[in-house]
Design a protein around this ligand. Structure first.
Ligand code: TYD
Ligand code: MG
Length: 452
């Protein structure tokens, strides 16, 4: 055996270096390198490990369709139907957002039909049991273990042979094979790899809970996201009851699906009408508020976008945004100035997607621009109007696809008018679903229509 070497690994992107660096050349993070002891490599000439033999494709057996469901259809939809036996799911989120609650609910439901082992490294058995009582989870098939040693947890899992196995959280688990502290990159990665091996060899559905660091990434994000099959993020502000479960990666289903959940005194409940929940408390007749239709995965959702402009203090106009990409906001501000002749250079601009949800879809460009124009002119947008469309640099409004589902969702929520890109309307014709579809080709035209 050769000597075990040490290397330095960037905690934010996983890139490696033989010596410590102050700034990561790959992801530009400062002070992110930590020392890691590498596994001893087998000496050259050592006998090669014997692998399995290859199988012709038609002979590979696939167990179709078996999914372990959570009892929350919205969560199952995000998972692509439920947890998959042999699949590894990473559930990430800020501390206190509700990861342990969601996991316990999921396991509580699934353990009615199959054995589930929940290993908590953060809480005592009594704490987990108290929460389970609150969540009304009382299945004898749910087994609890308070343990931080990976080896001990795996030994118990090997003995019990559960169908579901969870480690809450991966940052508290540690393996005796490494000397580094729990939560360090090497520990987190090594534990995750070992748990993946366990899932694949035994066909157990494994869930790992991962905390997000203060920079907003899972500790060792690249390393973990690559080894697991599914990455879920539970988002939402700590003191707000609305939470969003988002799928970042899924080998067993579609990505970019989201589920809206509500934290109640008896755990997480799914929000039955997400668009209506997102539009609750919408100000009526106030300038600076617009409704956009964004596609989240396969489902259209209505979002309220708010904008506020005020004269800037020191000649340096501020651009702040919550829920939308700030660069996009800056770009669209420039387009509004050029194409719609708004003077925003001496004004601060604040934009916000109501509900604490992050949305990336370009379809919200048009409603965002309309909200800004509405705030600028001090004129409200008609209450019964929704909009969607991408805005290009020349001020053109570009098609975003799926016009009918989007207009349908707006109609279902009682909207009577929908501004949409002309090219999207051409594709569907004037299918009216109790909503008047109003095509626009340029941003200037849309602003002119609404604010004259
Ligand atoms: P928790 O699931 O422990 O968060 P995490 O594991 O992500 O750190 O709990 C999140 C918060 O939810 C906690 O502050 C208490 C609250 N909560 C409820 O409001 N209702 C409930 O039924 C439960 C179990 C927790
Ligand atoms: Mg927890």
């Amino acid at each position: 055996m050769a000597r075990a070497a040490t290397a330095f690994v960037c905690e934010s992107c996983g890139s490696r270096s033989p010596k410590w660096l102050g700034r990561c050349p790959a992801c530009s993070a400062w002070d992110s390198f930590v020392e890691e002891v590498e596994r001893p490599v087998p000496a050259p000439g050592a006998p090669a490990r014997r692998g399995g033999s290859a199988t012709p494709l038609p002979e590979v057996t696939v167990e179709e369709g078996r999914r372990l469901t959570s009892g929350l259809p919205e969560v199952d939809r995000v998972l692509g139907g439920g947890l998959v036996p042999g699949g590894v799911t990473l559930l990430g989120g800020d501390p206190g957002v509700g990861k342990s609650t969601l996991l316990l609910q999921l396991f509580g439901h699934a353990s009615r039909e199959a054995t589930a082992l929940y290993v908590s490294g953060e809480e005592s058995l009594a704490q987990v049991a108290t929460r389970a009582k609150r969540l009304d989870v009382a299945s004898p098939g749910l087994l609890l273990l308070s343990e931080t040693s990976l080896e001990a947890a795996l030994a118990e899992a090997a003995r019990l042979k559960p169908a579901l196995f969870a480690v809450d959280s991966i940052q508290t688990a540690s393996t005796e094979a490494l000397g580094s502290a729990p939560g360090s990159l090497s520990q987190v990665r090594d534990c995750a790899v070992r748990l993946c091996e366990f899932a694949k060899t035994t066909g157990t559905a494994v869930v790992l809970v991962g905390h997000i660091t203060k920079e907003g990434t899972l500790a060792g994000p690249k390393a973990l996201e690559h080894v697991v099959d599914t990455v879920l993020y539970l988002e939402g502000e700590k003191y707000r009851h609305l939470k969003v479960l988002r799928v970042q990666k899924n080998r067993y289903g579609a990505t970019s699906e989201i589920a809206l959940l509500e934290m109640t005194s008896s755990g997480l409940k799914q929000v039955e009408n997400p668009s209506a929940a997102l539009l609750a408390d919408r100000p009526v007749g106030q300038p600076g508020s617009s409704i956009g239709v964004a596609l989240q995965g396969t489902r259209p959702l209505l979002f309220e976008i708010q904008a506020l402009t005020s004269p800037s203090a020191f000649g340096m106009a501020k651009r702040m945004s919550a829920g939308l990409d700030r660069n996009r906001v800056q770009l669209l501000t420039a387009v509004l100035e050029r194409a719609a002749r708004l003077t925003l250079g001496d004004r601060d601009l604040f934009v916000n997607v109501v509900g604490g949800v992050e949305v990336e879809e370009p379809a919200l460009d048009l409603p965002l621009c309309l909200a800004v124009a509405s705030a600028y002119y001090g004129k409200p947008i008609p209450q019964e109007l929704a909009a969607f469309g991408e805005v290009g640099l020349a001020g053109e409004v570009r098609g975003v696809g799926a016009p009918l589902p989007r207009a349908g969702e707006a109609a279902a929520l009682g909207f009577k008018r929908c501004l949409l890109p002309s090219s999207d309307l051409k594709r569907v014709g004037r299918h009216s679903r109790g909503i008047s579809l109003e095509p626009v080709s340029t941003l200037a035209e849309a602003v002119e229509t609404l604010f004259g």
